[in-house]
Design a protein around this ligand. Sequence first.
Ligand SMILES: Cc1cc2nc3c(=O)[nH]c(=O)nc-3n(C[C@H](O)[C@H](O)[C@H](O)COP(=O)(O)OP(=O)(O)OC[C@H]3O[C@@H](n4cnc5c(N)ncnc54)[C@H](O)[C@@H]3O)c2cc1C
Length: 372
Amino acid sequence: MIDLSNFNSIIGIDQEHMQVTVGAGIRLFDLNRELESHGLALPNLGDIDRQSLAGAISTGTHGTGINYHSISQAVIGLKIVTGDGGILECSPTENQNIFEAARVSLGALGVIIEVTLQCVPAFRLRAIEQTTSINNVLELFEDAIGTADHTEFFWFPHTEIGTLKINSKTNDSPSYRSPYKAFLSDEVIANGGFELINRYAKFFPQRAQKILENQISTERRISYVASSHKVFCSARRVRFIEMEYAVPLECLFEAFQKVREATNQLDHPITFPIEVRVLGADEIPLSPAYGRKSGYIAVHVYRGSPTEPYFQIVENIMRTYDGRPHWGKVHTRTSQELSDLYPEWNKFQLVLEELDPDGHFSTPYLDRVLRN
Ligand SMILES: Cc1cc2nc3c(=O)[nH]c(=O)nc-3n(C[C@H](O)[C@H](O)[C@H](O)COP(=O)(O)OP(=O)(O)OC[C@H]3O[C@@H](n4cnc5c(N)ncnc54)[C@H](O)[C@@H]3O)c2cc1C
């Protein structure tokens, strides 16, 4: 109901300290481009760049890397419109409690209109993507968590195949990628072909599964160098429904194996890969990575396909590992359960009570996860 798309420009840049203040409605792809033109970048990003900055930080949007954090961690100042129409400036030195809570706040505390970000010098990444057996991927991934800047993997359900992605900082020059080949691989195969297979799978799930297996079964390795945001983010044009959980890092492999076993027993084949990432601990009260190094497990189904019993089974597994759901993705948890998972839950509740006692900003979702 509130459109911040015109709050989309750079308001101020402190080049010396690499701090940038922007309108909170700016889309990440515009932000990344603007930062790059000033020799700056965000240290870590998620899979896509279509979100608004405010939407991304409000839900704890994250990428991967055990020595890195969610986008919210880069926030060092905020301007927020509260329920009584007042405007509050918040930072570690001004309205500190509000600042900490507001960095992941689901829109519950008010409308964030400006954000100040701590950036880093613009950098390039070398991306290495390797498709091989899932057991091989698991071994390589475990090693890469501690040695590579950013690593994640995908497992293709009902197969023994996985893809490992490792992105490491480099001073190498960007590598040339033929526009035709890039279009063929990113648009025609990754998006167009995948969309067609998913449509087909709605009517012929077992046959679609075979086609998918053939598509991915070849051992494949690609490597390229590009600006960080071009490596972190890609186009995701096939619509899907997703659930993602953060579990303590030490439980990640066990939790993944449980998901793997459960997925293999489903009657209806799952056509979307499961994505596994890692993240460093932070101290933002409602961040799913609060106080613990985390492993993230994300499951997806094609839009319009039933999420059950798949999501319910996975969610039950996540419960047993004190999993915290991604705030911007599907889950069924309630405030009663969530309050036990977040040590600083009450700190957030105090700020909520102070800023929006009458629930001006509440929604049925917020009532379920924060208020009841
Ligand atoms: C294809 C796809 C890929 C994704 N990949 C990732 C990923 O790699 N990692 C990850 O963590 N997440 C990922 N996400 C989730 C995504 O980052 C979040 O859902 C994000 O919140 C979407 O941003 P938005 O601008 O659309 O926000 P909206 O959907 O508009 O809002 C999301 C939340 O933020 C609040 N909000 C929005 N604007 C403001 C504001 N100005 N002030 C206060 N609150 C506000 C809203 O109230 C709402 O609670 C992905 C989503 C999609 C669709």
